[in-house]
Design a protein. Structure first.
Length: 394
């Protein structure tokens, strides 16, 4: 009886102990669960600034970042390679069949398009698998791949896309690159050949060419190539005025966009930009050669010209001689060259840049017979340029 009583008391004690232990564990699990939930919420909630500047304080970030999240975030990220059928930059305008299709798709979603240019297919795949891109635009027009964790985006793309969009994108690109390049109203190569007057803006060319140590007639030849002396000229990419200044370039130079149609402000901005390019190519000692590289960069971008110089140097050519580098500018339109590891900025429409430099040089040769006019040479000349002080004037 005594043994049974002891066992009974032990059983009661053990039962009470178990109940208290379970109660403790239940409370502990609630606390742990709460902490885990808080940690999860901390990881899944973050302050996000959209590309349009608005702040979203509690955007849920999940591993399955699908269509609703893309639309909330305001950005579609597309990974692709550089090339004429995928993506390339042409005078400040983004082009390429795949790019244009993706841009229209992004527009249909109401989001901004971001292009991440990759070196090869392996990098494209990695970006998609790591969730760094929403879809891949493969080099073959119309071929896309959406991440496996984005079924809603894949479905939306499948519903939106049809093969006719390839032809439409190619047609749009071709129109942009031909008849709609620059809207011009003036086509006179010289205002008064017999009187030695190239344009209404000669005094501005004379005044501002001093800042870059150019012959004013070379600046005039470049201006004709850019706009045919039309101060209201507008390119398909949005470049404006006599020297076709892009709005982004104007911002960089500290020039008000509202003044880009004003002849003097436009020419002043152009010479300021040319001065920057001259410093970029300061390693080219010969003035004539450096000027060719500056002209080419003004048209095609300094990064592309540096790529061509790197290719020329690799092949034992003189990277500081335009006659040798221009061949590589042309070759940047070929996959063998723009996919070369030494090339950092990919595909380029080099034929237009080579033609641009040649035509300016040819026109400049024709202008060299024109003597610098005296003050008051033309009744319609701009007057503000005459008020610029010389370097040593008091």
């Amino acid at each position: 009886m005594l043994l049974w009583a002891k066992l009974s008391n032990f059983a009661t004690f053990f039962d009470i102990l178990c109940r208290r232990l379970m109660l403790f564990l239940n409370k502990y699990s609630v606390v742990v669960g709460g902490l885990m939930l808080l940690a999860s919420c901390h990881q899944r909630q973050e302050r996000v600034v959209t590309p349009y500047g608005s702040v979203l304080d509690s955007v849920e970030v999940t591993e399955d970042f699908d269509l609703p999240d893309i639309q909330t975030n305001g950005e579609l990220i597309v990974a692709t390679t550089s090339g004429p059928d995928t993506y390339y930059d042409y005078r400040g305008k983004q082009l390429g069949t795949q790019y244009l299709i993706c841009q229209h798709f992004a527009d249909s979603l109401g989001v901004k398009l971001r292009i991440d240019v990759c070196r090869d297919s392996a990098e494209l795949k990695r970006r998609l698998e790591d969730g760094e891109a929403d879809l891949i635009a493969w080099p073959t027009p119309g071929q896309f791949e959406v991440g496996a964790e984005k079924p809603e985006l894949a479905e939306e793309l499948a519903l939106w896309y049809h093969p006719d969009r390839i032809a439409a994108a190619k047609k749009e690109e071709q129109e942009l690159l031909t008849v709609k390049k620059v809207r011009r109203r003036i086509f006179s190569p010289m205002l008064d050949k017999r009187g030695g007057i190239i344009s209404h803006y000669d005094q501005y060319f004379i005044a501002y060419s001093r800042d870059i140590r150019w012959d004013w007639r070379l600046l005039a030849a470049q201006c004709y190539q850019e706009s045919t002396f039309d101060p209201k000229a507008v390119s398909f990419a949005g470049a404006k005025g006599l020297m076709q200044i892009m709005p982004g370039t104007a911002d960089h130079l500290g020039v008000s966009r509202s003044k880009l149609y004003e002849p003097e402000a436009n020419i002043a901005a152009a010479t300021k930009y040319i001065a920057e390019l001259q410093r970029t190519f300061a390693d080219i000692g010969d003035h004539y050669e450096r000027t060719n590289f500056v002209l080419a960069s003004y048209n095609g971008g300094a990064h592309h010209i540096r790529d061509a110089m790197a290719l020329a140097k690799r092949d034992g050519k003189n990277p500081h001689r335009w006659s040798e580098v221009e061949h590589y500018v042309l070759r940047l339109a070929q996959p063998r060259y723009y996919n070369d590891p030494i090339v950092k900025y990919g595909y380029m429409r080099g034929s237009e840049t080579v033609d641009y430099v040649a035509k300016i040089r040819q026109r400049y040769a024709g202008y060299q017979g024109v003597k610098s006019p005296h003050v008051g040479f033309h009744p319609s000349k701009p007057r503000k340029a005459d008020q610029r002080k010389k370097k040593y004037d008091l």
